[in-house]
Design a protein. Sequence first.
Length: 172
Amino acid sequence: MQDLQKQREAITHIEGNLYQNKDARIGIVVGRFNAFVVESLVDGAIDALLRHGVSGSNISVIRVPGAFELPLTAQRAAESDRFDAVVALGAVIRGSTPHFDVVANSSASGLASVSMDYNIPVINGILTTDTIEQAIERSGTKAGNKGAEAAMVALEMIAVLSQLDVEYDEED
């Protein structure tokens, strides 16, 4: 039993601290389509970052036509080496055609690829909803603000990855 306790005490735990990123450089790439929803996401993301100590001068907002254009823009932001994380914000609301599926799937897949290819957190804050009402709920009313949540995920991922870097450096 004591051996088991010793083994438990030896486990390394790595978690992100949201307040250790005052110098974090955040790129927020924004799809303008469905701006009536998306602008609330942007406001939520910026507010969350500022409240957690990120300097306004370290936040850049980059606007593009829509969600389909976000992966390429996130890739350019990532390869610029100007940012510690990229937050992608947009809204894709289902219509009566299959266009929704194409845009939602392509943007999600593209953002994931950018994150892996450039070794930087790329946070998918794109709302994909069936109705306008659902989008409004997720942009700052009943269901919270998914833009703020995406910004928090970015801060946590920066912290986790920096701790992993320290762990690996100490092992060398």
